[in-house]
Design a protein around this ligand. Structure first.
Ligand SMILES: [Zn+2]
Length: 501
């Protein structure tokens, strides 16, 4: 590494001697371990009331305090959680707790401390050049090394390998460490090394990892090598894999100071905050508005999927499901605007169904779900989600007039490519419908785009509660008569429907 940052006051020091002459230079402070550095910066950030993990939502009372304790204890730790629970984001966020830049011996592959070099090349260099040894400043972003564990990751990848060409060229004995080609772990020296999906790492590599953390030494192809590395080790794993017997060697497990469980958002609002932050919604093509109630529906789909018996809970339903669904929904609206030639459009509930391909691939189905098919399961999840969001907004509203309109023979079809104006005119004909759009945050029922989308959401909600019927082609009609008691079961807390028949 030979990075130098000119902007910083410290960046001007280019040799070991200049480094030592910095007025407030404290050799002990400069050579403190990465865990002590994180500790000190973390305490300072907490005292200042800073947000420790910007962009991570819903963990303030659960995951974050546990990570803080692990760091204050100078522990290596593991995040146990299902996919899409921001585990990688949290680990990468640790970088912000490092010093902005750190002095290293220029050109050292393992970021040696100028005052305490561990690699042989640097020790020889400092012995020969003394205070003239060149140093460089390493920005903190370069001090985070990440590796996804897979069964084919080798010792050479993680720890290093003997480089026979280098050995031959230098005419050195193979056991000489100058012939070592360093792996990822030594290259993370004085920084943070993250291994994702730790249980997928072969037992042999786990042993190597343990040895280098515990004893600071390692054997490469039978050659002993001493490398007292200074690293914060962090891991992620799926909880079931991690606790499965034999997946993690016991001595390594013992060296992991804290097991911290992550989780999905606890509330719809938290989920929506994450989705809003991550999803690409602001398009350059024009104005596409996504009503708040549709964002609720999208998030509710993920919540429903996480609880659904037909979806495999061990693999979980990632937050990427609502994120890509929202993006796909916006694209569906964007596509409609382009086809109908409208400049600005409001996304509709039909656009959630158009986002089906963003949903189906993100759920591992159980046998029962497989039988039904991913599309059917996804459609049912959307319907349930619409029903839930509808109930939130309209629990005390009587839609008798709307239902009667259909029961008296009214039928409505909303073609995919009808313009906003056409849809608004059609929907406005239904008695008692437009007067409720205010509940969905639409102050003006003449605002065609917003009002039409809200009215469609109401019809979809009535259909979700089986109070009106709907065809695959988005035609709404009167629900076929059913057993009254069955209807009551499906819409709990509502008056009997018999009076409408
Ligand atoms: Zn070195």
């Amino acid at each position: 590494m030979s990075t130098s940052i000119q902007s910083s006051a410290h960046s001007r020091q280019r040799t070991l001697g200049e480094l030592k002459r910095i007025p407030d230079f404290d050799p002990r402070g400069a050579s403190r371990s990465v865990k002590d550095e994180l500790r000190r910066n973390l305490l300072r950030a907490i005292e200042k009331g800073e947000t420790l993990f910007p962009g991570v939502h819903g963990y303030d009372d659960t995951v974050v305090p546990q990570i803080v304790n692990a760091l204050l204890s100078r522990h290596n730790f593991i995040l146990l959680g299902l996919r899409g629970q921001a585990k990688s984001r949290i680990l990468r966020g640790l970088v912000n707790l490092l010093d902005p830049e750190m002095p290293v011996i220029a050109g050292c592959e393992i970021n040696d401390d100028p005052l305490k070099p561990i690699c042989r090349a640097c020790r020889e260099k400092v012995a020969a050049d003394g205070d003239n040894t060149p140093i460089s400043w390493m920005p903190r972003d370069n001090r985070f090394v990440e590796k996804l564990a897979t069964p084919d990751v080798t010792m050479a990848d993680i720890i290093g390998d003997v480089d026979p060409i280098r050995a031959a060229r230098g005419g050195r004995d193979l056991s000489d460490e100058l012939t070592i080609h360093y792996g990822l772990l030594p290259r993370a020296n004085r920084g943070i090394f993250a291994i994702n999906e730790l249980p997928d790492l072969a037992g042999k590599i786990q042993v190597g990892l343990f040895n280098i953390m515990q004893e600071g030494d390692i054997q490469i192809k039978g050659y002993p090598l001493r490398l007292p590395l200074d690293i914060l080790l962090v891991f992620t794993a799926n909880p079931e894999d991690y606790t499965a017997r034999g997946k993690i060697i016991t001595p390594l497990k013992d060296r992991i100071g804290a097991e911290i469980r992550t989780h999905y958002p606890g509330s719809l609002e938290e989920g929506m905050a994450i989705t809003a932050q991550e999803a690409w919604v602001c398009r350059d093509s024009g104005k596409i508005e996504v009503p708040q109630y549709l964002r609720q529906v999208v998030e509710e789909v993920a919540f429903q999927a996480r609880e659904d018996k037909r979806v495999d809970r061990r693999s979980g339903v990632s937050q990427r499901l609502p994120i890509t669904t929202l993006e796909s929904l916006v694209s569906s609206a964007e596509q409609r605007a382009a086809r109908t030639g409208e400049k600005s459009v409001v996304a509709r509930v039909a656009d959630v169904y158009a986002a089906l391909p963003a949903i189906t691939g993100k759920m591992e189905l159980e046998y029962e779900g497989e039988l039904k098919g991913a599309d059917t399961v996804a459609r049912e999840l959307i319907r349930t989600a619409v029903g839930r969001v509808f109930s939130k907004h309209f629990s005390d509203v009587n839609f008798q007039a709307v239902i009667q309109w259909f029961e008296l023979g009214g039928e409505l079809k909303l073609p995919d490519l009808a313009t906003t104006k056409e849809r608004h005119q059609q929907l406005a004909k239904i008695q008692g419908l437009m007067e409720h759009v205010g509940r969905l945050g639409i102050p003006d029922r003449k605002d065609a785009g917003a009002a039409a989308a809200a009215a469609e959401m109401i019809l979809e909600g009535l259909w979700a509660h089986r109070r009106i019927g709907r065809s695959e082609e988005r035609g709404y009609y009167a629900e076929k008569p059913k057993h009254p008691d069955q209807r009551e079961r499906e819409t709990p807390g509502r008056p009997p429907r018999r009076q409408f028949n």
